[in-house]
Write a protein that binds this ligand. Structure first.
Ligand SMILES: [Zn+2]
Length: 89
């Protein structure tokens, strides 16, 4: 198989659209140990994370079906969504 020769990048599934993409094309939404929801741009923070495309539409999708909440097992107030959306633009 030719694909084996291709250097593999770790992929993650977007919480919004469900597509798998290389980690570098995604952003990580993170619940920090003290309960904050942040956009982890460096990918280096620790905590429970969910991946999203760098696309506000994916955030909207995830919000609509509360999939981020289930991934992070916490409720996310709308001001957090708004802040995340701004940061994605
Ligand atoms: Zn997506």
């Amino acid at each position: 198989m030719a694909e084996i020769a291709v250097k593999k990048q770790p992929t993650r599934r977007c919480t919004g659209c469900g597509e798998r993409s290389p980690k570098s094309a995604l952003v990580r939404i993170l619940r920090t140990p003290d309960g904050n929801i942040v956009l982890d741009k460096t990918g280096k923070l620790s905590g429970r994370g969910a991946y999203l495309c760098k696309n506000p539409a994916c955030l909207k999708k995830a919000r609509k079906v509360s999939r981020l909440e289930s991934s992070l097992s916490c409720s996310i107030p709308s001001e957090i969504y708004e802040r995340l959306e701004e940061e994605l633009l």
